[in-house]
Design a protein around this ligand. Structure first.
Ligand code: SF4
Ligand code: FES
Length: 293
């Protein structure tokens, strides 16, 4: 159990955003303004307008607390208007991806001690004490997941990513007819796999569609020019599944200008994957499969 001496002071510097109300927008809209974008009506270009500002919240917390713990404390004790999204609290649902100090990651798996930084916290001219560490106090900067339109405060609209994943049919389409047993039930034994076959795609089933890889990718930026690493990971999961009968269709579906051709091999996508997927390597492998077919 922590005692008072273990506690640290942390300032959460939160990039906040409140969208302009629909009615206000209609009332104040310019009648001569262009009604739609000449580039289409994609999620990336439908950025809501509204008020943006930065707000500081200073708390005393335990270094091992997560940034999500800190935000929940802010919400319960300081500012109920602060908006952020979370669900499981344990790195399983992928709903709380944001940028911490500019790096896409999950709020619930980010301990304060790993992200606190003491630059910019002291006033000008103020010296730190000898032996002072980052844990003696500092700032954690929070902003919504890059690459997606912001809905409110730390909540990004990840629908563009989910739409791209859905387009690639992320479900098993088994080879041939379903076999049945003598009593008319589906014969599940027809779908057994060897451990080696399972190993080919098992890691990819860990993807939780959090969007961290997309927020890290400099090409994704809303999904207009590139379907994004999360969609390619979803496609790859089924391409590598020996039970699936649509391998060629799946490879065709990503062999497009905004598919594998748009990947610039920057490999930023895999640096922060919370599920340990080497996204850059998987991208490289699926690109090789598309080229070899
Ligand atoms: S590959 Fe990793 S970072 Fe990308 S969506 Fe899946 S879990 Fe998140
Ligand atoms: S709250 Fe579910 S992954 Fe963080």
């Amino acid at each position: 159990m922590s005692n008072e001496n273990d506690m640290v002071s942390v300032t959460l510097r939160v990039h906040r955003f409140t969208p302009r109300a629909e009615r206000e927008r209609r009332h104040g809209s310019n009648p001569f303004a262009r009604k739609s974008s000449p580039f289409g009506d994609s999620g990336a270009r439908r950025r809501p307008r509204g008020k943006q500002w930065t707000q500081d919240y200073t708390l005393t917390v335990r270094p091992e607390d997560t940034v999500l713990d800190c935000l929940l404390t802010v919400k319960r004790t300081l500012d109920p208007t602060l908006a952020f999204r979370y669900s499981c609290g344990h790195g399983m649902c992928g709903s709380d991806a944001v940028a911490i100090n500019g790096t896409p990651t999950l709020l619930c798996t980010a301990p304060v001690h790993a992200w606190i930084r003491n630059d910019g916290f002291r006033r000008t001219g103020e010296e730190g004490e000898p032996g002072e560490t980052a844990a003696d106090g500092g700032v954690i900067e929070l902003s919504p997941l890059p690459g997606f339109p912001v809905q409110r405060d730390l909540i990004a609209d990840i629908d563009p990513m989910l739409d791209q994943i859905r387009k690639l049919k992320p479900y098993l389409e088994a080879k041939g007819e379903l076999r049945t047993t003598a009593d008319g039930k589906v014969n599940v034994f027809e779908y057994l796999q060897s451990p080696a076959e399972l190993a080919k795609y098992e890691t990819l089933t860990n993807c939780i569609a959090c969007g961290v890889c997309e927020g890290s990718c400099p090409v994704f930026a809303g999904g207009d020019a590139f379907i994004g690493p999360a969609a390619l990971i979803a496609a790859s999961r089924f391409v590598n599944d020996s039970r699936d009968g649509r391998t060629m269709d799946r490879l065709d579906a990503i062999d497009t200008e905004d598919g594998v051709a748009a990947c610039q091999s920057v490999r930023a996508c895999g640096r922060q994957c919370p599920r340990g997927i080497d996204v850059g390597e998987e991208m490289w492998q699926i690109i090789a499969k598309v080229r070899e077919r």
